[in-house]
Design a protein around this ligand. Structure first.
Ligand SMILES: C[S@@+](CC[C@H](N)C(=O)[O-])C[C@H]1O[C@@H](n2cnc3c(N)ncnc32)[C@H](O)[C@@H]1O
Length: 221
C-alpha cells in the first residue's frame, strides 16, 4: 500500500468528529448519495458530465452558504472538499432537503486531493471562503494561501478559470494579495462582493465583531 504523505503544516484545526446520533445517522444515509472516496482519480468532468461548469469549494464549514450557492447555480457542478465530518453531514442534510443533485463531497485535506486525484485542466473555478485566518505570526505558515498552494492549484484550473477568495480577516486579505501579487501564475485582485454569495455562519460571526470582508478574484494566466 502506498504511504499517504500529509502536509507538514495543517491548514485546519483538529476539532474532533463530535456529532449527535441523528447527525451520524444522516451522514451514513447520505454519504452514498453525495460522498466520493478521496483516493484514486477524481475527474470533475466525469462526475458532472452534464454541467456547464465545475467548481471546487475548499472548506465548506457547516455548508449553509455552499448549499445556497449550489441552488443558485443549478447548471454548475460543485465538488466540495472539507475535513470536518459534522460539517459535511450538515451540508449533505441541506442538499438532501433541497433535492440538490449538483453537489459531491470529499472528506480529505485538499492538498492531498489536488496533488493525487484531480486531473489537470478540469476545474472552471475554485471557491475559498473564509479560510482559517491563523492570526498569530507563528501560525502564518498554516494559512492555506501560500505560493506552493498557487503552484498546486494552477494546473488544475482550466485556461481562463479563476479562484474566488473571501476573508473577514484584513491582515489575511493583505497576505493573500501579496502572495498572488508576487506570482506569475495568476492575475487579479479585490472585487465587489457578488450579490449571490450568501453570508455564512463564519462570516456572520466576523461581521458581528466589526470585521471588514474582502472578496478577491484571481484568474489563471
Ligand atoms: C473558517 S471555516 C469557514 C467555513 C465556511 N467556508 C464558512 O464561510 O463558514 C474554514 C473551513 O475550512 C476547512 N479546511 C481548512 N483547511 C482545509 C484543508 N486543507 N482541506 C479541506 N478543508 C479545509 C476547515 O475544516 C473549516 O471547516
Amino acid at each position: 500500500m502506498t504511504e499517504v504523505v500529509r502536509p507538514v503544516n495543517r491548514s485546519y484545526r483538529l476539532r474532533g468528529d463530535r456529532a449527535t446520533g441523528a447527525q451520524s445517522a444522516a451522514y451514513e444515509k447520505l454519504w452514498p448519495v453525495y460522498g466520493l472516496p478521496p483516493q484514486g482519480l477524481i475527474d470533475p468532468i466525469a462526475i458532472f458530465p452534464n454541467s456547464t461548469s465545475r467548481i471546487m469549494e475548499i472548506g465548506s464549514g457547516m455548508g449553509e452558504a455552499t448549499a445556497q450557492i449550489a441552488a443558485h447555480f443549478p447548471d454548475t457542478g460543485f465538488l466540495v472538499v472539507e475535513v470536518h465530518k459534522p460539517g459535511l453531514g450538515s451540508l449533505m442534510n441541506l442538499c438532501d432537503k433541497a433535492g440538490t443533485t449538483n453537489v459531491k463531497v470529499i472528506e480529505e485535506d485538499v492538498h492531498l486531493v489536488m496533488r493525487d486525484s484531480i486531473p489537470d485542466q478540469t476545474l472552471d473555478a475554485i471557491h475559498l471562503y473564509f479560510p482559517d485566518p491563523w492570526p498569530k505570526n507563528g501560525h502564518h505558515k498554516r494559512r492555506i494561501v501560500q505560493s506552493e498552494f498557487l503552484e498546486l492549484i494552477h494546473p488544475k484550473i482550466k485556461d481562463g478559470g479563476y479562484i474566488h477568495i473571501a476573508t473577514d480577516w484584513f491582515p489575511y486579505a493583505q497576505w493573500i494579495q501579496r502572495i498572488f501579487g508576487a506570482s506569475e501564475l495568476f492575475s487579479g485582485g479585490v472585487i465587489e462582493r457578488p450579490e449571490w454569495r450568501p453570508i455564512s455562519k463564519f462570516e456572520g460571526q466576523g461581521l458581528r465583531k466589526g470585521h471588514i470582508v474582502t472578496d478577491m478574484k484571481y484568474f489563471k494566466k
